[in-house]
Design a protein around this ligand. Structure first.
Ligand code: ADP
Ligand code: MG
Ligand code: MG
Ligand code: MG
Ligand code: MG
Length: 440
């Protein structure tokens, strides 16, 4: 009650006129409903009811009444709507009318896995690196035309996005982000903005905020920001490398100054668990048909299931910093993923490794892309799923991941994958026409 009273005062002081109650659907798309500030007390004490039947992956028609309860710690003002009166945003948890958490709420799934790790004393920290393209808007519609033809770390005038990137960084900073770096990425019109890691729940909230803030600021600048995994054939796609660590008693449990590579047993077992389950994780971390066009050789994206502390091409990389920065970087996720489910799946897999002492395979310290198929086979290096169908089957066959996500989520993910795959496989693509129209 004290927290509610303090929040109400804050809303008053910040001249908040509207409040956005935000949550995510199963695909990680942000959804929101706006309420006038006069409803704030009710929203903060009892929550606000809504009909979940039209939300992807939520409820069937007959049991669609849901309640949104704002998480007070997620309060922020939308910086691009600041003025005389302001708009506030809360990220909400989704409940059933009977007061039970809704098992299809991705935030709930992540909270549950984090709570299990917390029982063993662990906090799961994640630091994602989101890449995106800035394309031109043409006649009011997003296009795939480059805004600039800059490359990695380029400056103006080759990099035409300096001002947009600065605006994005300023908006995110206003919203409480600690930005670490921003730079032009390898591909034309591709960018990366990095923010400081935090516990997985806060970071998943941040990823959702990051994406819609970036899109909004781009649009204000007349551009379209896309997090699509591989918008253009022949150049790099966009990834969401996910840096992971477990902290215990305020210390990084992946760091052991006495061990080889200064990596603790916990870190090695975490890698062992992640690699064991990574084919199923791929369904979550790479959830679109298009995601698999990124996971091909030749564009810095991972393909082979391996880890290394020295080789940047490995799926699981251990970057050089040690001490509190000791971390494992999973390089497969792309920014179309639902960050809540992705972090939940990675943590569950990693904890399986920690609990059961799963040793990782020998590290692959040579560039695996330079090995022949035979050499890779001899080294026992498997590949990531090549399609959404393949990763979907891998998820359905992974008991640990299925029980982590719960049957509601798994059934809906399966339904969505089948639907998309059917739509895609029955479509006639330009490539087919080019290949076959004249030939046959
Ligand atoms: P890269 O060298 O792969 O390009 P970046 O510097 O772009 O890496 O991003 C590194 C990310 O890792 C940042 O988001 C940073 O906050 C995060 N990070 C640093 N230390 C940790 C840690 N202990 N746990 C999780 N993430 C971390
Ligand atoms: Mg980076
Ligand atoms: Mg990088
Ligand atoms: Mg990058
Ligand atoms: Mg990286």
């Amino acid at each position: 009650a004290d927290a509610v009273a303090a929040m109400l005062e804050r809303l008053e002081a910040d001249r908040i006129k509207f409040i956005r109650l935000q949550f995510s659907d199963l695909q990680g798309q942000p959804k929101n409903v706006a309420i006038p500030a006069i409803q704030a007390e009710k929203a903060l004490t009892d929550g606000i009811s809504f009909d979940g039947s039209s939300i992807e992956g939520f409820a069937r028609i007959e049991e669609s009444d849901m309640v949104l309860k704002p998480d007070i710690s997620t309060y922020t003002i939308l910086p691009w709507r600041k003025g005389e009166s302001n708009v506030a945003r809360f990220i909400c948890d989704v409940y059933r009318p009977n007061g039970k958490p809704f098992e299809g709420d991705p935030r709930y799934v992540l909270k549950k896995v984090c709570a299990e790790a917390a029982e063993m004393g662990y906090t799961f920290n994640t630091g994602p690196e989101l890449e995106f393209f800035l394309f031109k808007m043409i006649d009011g519609r997003p296009s795939t035309e480059f805004q600039d033809v800059g490359g990695y770390f380029d400056l103006a005038p080759t990099d035409l996005a300096e001002n947009v990137r600065r605006d994005i960084v300023l908006a995110l900073t206003d919203m409480g982000f600690e930005i670490e770096a921003s730079h032009h990425e390898v591909a034309e019109s591709q960018h990366e903005i990095d923010f400081k890691y935090a516990d997985a729940l806060k970071t998943a909230d941040n990823v959702v905020t990051f994406k819609f803030a970036t899109k909004t600021i781009a649009l204000i600048n007349g551009l379209h920001a896309t997090f699509m995994a591989k918008p253009i054939f022949g150049i790099n796609g966009s990834g969401m490398h996910t840096n992971c660590s477990l902290f215990k008693d305020g210390k990084n449990a992946f760091y052991d100054p006495e061990a080889p590579l200064q990596l603790s047993e916990t870190a090695l077992n975490f890698i062992g668990g992640v690699l064991k389950h990574v084919r199923g994780i791929t369904r979550i971390a790479n959830p679109t048909i298009n995601s698999y066009k990124r996971l091909v050789p030749g564009y810095e994206a991972p393909v082979y299931i391996s880890w290394s502390a020295s080789n940047r091409t490995a799926l699981c990389r251990v970057p050089a910093p040690r001490g509190n920065s000791t971390r494992v970087e999973l390089r497969s996720p792309d920014p179309t993923c639902n960050p809540y489910l992705t972090f939940a799946a990675i943590l569950a897999a990693g904890m399986d490794g920690v609990k059961n002492g799963i040793a990782p395979p020998p590290s692959a310290d040579r560039n695996i892309f330079h090995l022949s198929d035979e050499e890779r086979k001899a080294a026992g290096i498997d590949t990531l799923p090549g399609t959404l169908m393949e990763s979907n089957a891998a998820l359905l066959g992974d008991e640990l991941l299925c029980s982590t996500l719960g049957s509601h989520v798994v059934e809906n993910l399966d339904r969505i994958a089948m639907m998309e795959w059917d739509a895609f496989r029955t479509m006639i693509h330009p490539w087919e026409v080019e290949q076959y129209l004249s030939k046959f």
